[in-house]
Design a protein around this ligand. Sequence first.
Ligand code: SF4
Ligand code: SF4
Length: 614
Amino acid sequence: MTSVIAFWLLFLTFVGAFAAQVATRVRLIAGAPNTFDVGDAAVRVSRWLADVLFQRKTIVERPAAGLAHAFVFWGFLVFAGYTSIEFLYGLGIVDLTQMAWFHAYRLVIVPFATAVLAGILYLLARRAFVRPIALGTHVSAESIVIALFIATLMITYLLTFQLDEASMAWRVNWWVHMLVILAFMALIPASKHFHLVLSPVTVFLKSTELGNLPNLDFEKEQVGLETVKDLGSKSVLDAFTCVECGRCQVNCPAWGAGKELNPKAIVLQTQDALLAGDKERKLGEIYTEQVLWQCTTCGACENQCPVGIEHLPILIGSRRGLVSNGDAPEYLGAMYNNLERRSNIWGLGYDQRSKFVQAAELETFDPAKHDVLVWLGCAGSFDADFQKSLRSLFSILRANEVRFGVLAKERCTGDPAKRTGNEYMYQELATGNIEELKSAGVKKIVTSCPHCVKTIGADYAKFGYQVEIVHSSVFVEELLRDRRAKASARPSGDREIVTYHDPCYLGRYAGRTDEPRALLTRFGAVIREPERTRDNPYCCGAGGGLLFADKEEEPGSRISDVRFKQLQATGANTVVTACPFCSIMLKGAQASAGADTQFVDLMTYVDGKLRAIG
Ligand code: SF4
Ligand code: SF4
């Protein structure tokens, strides 16, 4: 009887400590502006099963540590019933420990206990001795204590098979096991181990769209994030879910190039600011303005995070807050001016686009005459270099009897305005384009700009405008595959060695990594994959308005230089790209390095091969 009362007292004390800390965090989440969304339930459920139950992301990115973590997680699940029954026994509510099925259950979970013990000892050694850079330079005492707690739980459980239930040793072992669980419970809400409770919810609530940035509603006087109290409920939940694994950090191109931006730090700074309770503190002070402008919006952080954290709503949301107060950097002021006066990022006159349209003999889109609209984009309309690539696309389309036209008038999609936080300008450009596209009766769009794919395909949908838009690599690959044209014959002789740079907005955002490779290999190319490839490429450094930044003034290396070196390291002399902005950035890096690497746009490559085949 005495031990039941003692256990009740301890139970209430520790559970009380747990509940008080959880309540603080729940209050902060519930008090934030609601940004939770549960649409696309089927996608969310299948992602939840893959990433939570089967630990897909955790294992794929770091197989050894991920598997060790998965053992611990699965062990927690199978031990939940055992622990509950021991609590019911300890609290004197009901004793199920003598039931035959409980004995069978105890035996079944022995292999799990062994796997959890092996997993946690591996993770403990990795954290204490190997110290991967992603985990930080400082070994946190709390992580060591938690790891030792878990190891103790498994050892005390396994010892129950060796001890006589009537002995004092068995009782001591039982108390140690139960006290460790209670202490663990009291410790987790204030630690990164709170992800045990929150991450299943966070993964479920993560947007089904990478880099999802809902429109601001100006009628409701929304201006973006300015202070701590503006952070949305999903961002607050994210801040308390971070497990500090550093996957976002090591995959961030800005951090990789030695800049101050570290997406893991952004999440942890958010957590600290929320707990500090100063709701009026400016986000520009917490993260610093310099850091906020270093993000290329490549999406690597969100995509790699195993617990469903979204960094871009905080980063772009804070940029929106700065822009609404007139605090954008000077280089963006010039770009905004171009967009405002001439509706394109370079501020060039539309007569130049008209000249190109005439010279390339392009027809104005007519739904009765044309199957698809080719969207030129700012680069296609004004950049002479990229226009060569578009001419290649036109030539492939004509050779394959695709009936296409272009809009008489095209504005910038608004991508650079949206990703730099100038939501007002973005909405002006987007609504203007949507009107043009609607009145032209466009049903399908092909473009060579991956940023335009994202903006027209996903961002314009937030205005209720739905249109099919595909990147030229996808369209042309399908075209050649379906028609089994002359292209199926591979040229004889030496096979050309190339490397392919996946643009972030094509490989990561659109998940299109096979089609560009299929096009290259169907003409006999041998692809040497660079470090960071396919759906986790290293950014070229152009996104998020950084195409316009003064690279000389940036701290660290240029992101484009780092990427160029990775591409060079493949040993391939030809780099194939599929985005006008990647092309501009990487050619700039090549010029700085004085290298003789040849850059070819994918459409130019394909057209050249088709012509060579004849
Ligand atoms: S979006 Fe890319 S550049 Fe921005 S913080 Fe995330 S990983 Fe870094
Ligand atoms: S935000 Fe996600 S990826 Fe980054 S440290 Fe936290 S849990 Fe890891």
